[in-house]
Design a protein around this ligand. Structure first.
Ligand SMILES: Nc1ncnc2c1ncn2[C@@H]1O[C@H](COP(=O)(O)OP(=O)(O)OP(=O)(O)O)[C@@H](O)[C@H]1O
Length: 247
């Protein structure tokens, strides 16, 4: 069966305050989609809704041919507690929990995929380093190694290239393109529109509400981007529920 994540009139938010309103569309198998929009547009909220960290306030999210265990999620760097005393190796090994279960133990067979993932992201020799001692770019490479080990059909990335240098961005982009070539479904929150145009065939532009969703060339246009900016500026953050919900 073809995998898809279907959003129907989806509203997500916090304490009954919507942050993403009335979003409908389909993330189809094998697509590579950039989620773009101004600060506060609801991009991270959307990813959190898809991974199940936020239950919908309205509408539905439907998984076709997959479920949440088929999704790997890279949160924003700021949400990762790097003071947690764990080595690079153990952090990457956590990507295997989905398959072995939290208390199943990680067997000797796991060593191969972990070592391969670390080599792929250029972190051989870092196995015993506590994650708290890594640079920002090295931490981002470690997070990508964990995604490689997770080996899921769907990968969600929240600002994966934030605060990393150009070399690291290019190295990690190669992995994103490889996942796409392998037929995985990838959704990434991004701010770099030039990168979106260059690498991402599909884009979703949101400003609390959807502005446009489809082929990147038709979505990332000056008119759509300025409309999104105006929508965010006009948004009343104090409004308790949106007018359509209240109707
Ligand atoms: N835990 C939370 N509790 C209450 N409100 C929140 C919470 N997280 C986000 N919000 C609010 O929801 C709205 C959307 O936030 P979100 O982080 O999804 O935006 P974003 O598009 O990812 O922004 P950015 O580009 O700045 O990362 C914002 O107004 C934000 O303040």
């Amino acid at each position: 069966m073809t995998l898809a994540i279907e959003l129907d009139d989806l509203t997500l938010g916090y304490d009954r305050h919507p942050a993403v309103h009335h979003l409908s569309g389909r993330i189809a198998q094998g697509t590579l989609t950039a989620v773009i929009g101004p600060n506060g547009a609801g991009k991270s909220t959307l990813l959190k809704g898809i991974v199940g960290a936020l239950p919908p306030l309205g509408g539905t999210l439907r998984f076709v041919g997959c479920d949440r265990r088929d999704i790997a999620y890279l949160p924003q760097t700021a949400e990762i507690d790097r003071s947690f005393p764990v080595t690079v190796w153990d952090f990457v090994a956590m990507g295997l929990w989905r398959r072995v279960g939290a208390f199943g133990g990680i067997g000797r067979g796991a060593a191969g995929p972990i070592a391969t993932a670390l080599e792929t992201v250029g972190l051989e020799g870092f196995e015993t380093r506590p994650i708290g001692t890594l640079s920002g770019g090295q931490m981002q490479r470690t997070l990508f190694a964990r995604l490689l080990v997770q080996d899921t059909a769907v990968i969600l990335l929240d600002e994966p290239f934030n605060a990393v240098d150009g070399r690291t961005v290019e190295d990690l982009l190669v992995l994103v393109e490889r996942w796409h070539a392998e037929g995985r479904t990838v959704v990434a929150v991004l701010h770099d529109h030039a990168m979106v145009r260059r690498v991402f065939p599909d884009a979703l532009l949101i400003a609390r509400e959807p502005v446009a969703w489809g082929a990147t060339g038709t979505v990332v246009t000056p008119d759509n981007l300025s409309l999104a900016r105006r929508m965010i500026e006009a948004f009343d953050a104090g409004a308790p529920v949106c007018a359509r919900d209240a109707a």
